[in-house]
Design a protein around this ligand. Sequence first.
Ligand SMILES: Cc1cc2nc3c(=O)[nH]c(=O)nc-3n(C[C@H](O)[C@H](O)[C@H](O)COP(=O)(O)O)c2cc1C
Length: 281
Amino acid sequence: MKLNIPIEETIKKRVSTRTYDSKNLSKNDKEKLMNEISQLTNPFGENVRIHLIEKDTLSNGEKLGTYGVIKGANTFLGVTVDKSEFGLIAAGYQFENLVLIATDMGLATVWLAATFSRAQFEKAMDIQKDELFPAISPIGYATAKKSITESLMRKTMKSDKRKSWDEIFFESSFENPLSRKAANEYASPLEMIRVAPSATNAQPWRVVKKQGAYHFFETHKSNASEDEKMIKKVDLGIALSHFHQTALEHGLAGYFEKWEDIGIAIPDHTNYIISWNIEEK
Ligand SMILES: Cc1cc2nc3c(=O)[nH]c(=O)nc-3n(C[C@H](O)[C@H](O)[C@H](O)COP(=O)(O)O)c2cc1C
């Protein structure tokens, strides 16, 4: 389902925020947010759940730690999903849709998959042991000035930079870059993937156009841990949110489907995720 916000404009506006004003969400913003959360969907048929917690409502002594990365935030969102083939992809997709809605509302967010105390948030958000719990985000109002930690992190991860088209988009095979011109009406949906956020700004998404479809892959370092590989799937879900929502904004028809055989030689440490068929179902 298409989100009721200007997608490309909002994708370009979104930026990670780690320094927050300490005031609570206004009553209006909280109500609107809760209403939006109740209407979120994903095109992968997975049951993604969003949790919201406010520091004020915690019992005495309970903590929500972010290893000093986040300053001033009082409200946090969390995302969980059942363990299944597209669970993490769907969680990435649906939570990013929420991040974009929040951005459109003028609220600040940042995806956190590593720098938060999972045990503390699991307890506060009443998350069950059999759920996958890939990420949280603070939600609130950005301060005018960033903390030193935040400025340093952005510099270290080169957060304002992205890979170029020829490093991530291909035609027919991983050897042959796809030009913006050849992507034609899909140049915008692909560009919106390129500017997406990803864990440590690794930009692990790769796309190959072949036989009336765009095929999506994740790539990781040879020494990546199982946890890191899980997060790459969330990154792909985020990329698919940007791609799909931009395609919908441009009125492009198509649908997601996992192919049996894509007929593409896949490089090492790269996995095929799903394809977008360019046609009506
Ligand atoms: C799935 C995911 C997990 C992330 N985990 C963290 C994290 O644990 N801590 C953190 O400070 N930033 C985290 N980030 C934020 C990224 O560092 C950030 O998106 C990237 O550097 C690009 O910057 P930008 O979002 O401002 O464009 C995460 C982002 C994504 C998409």
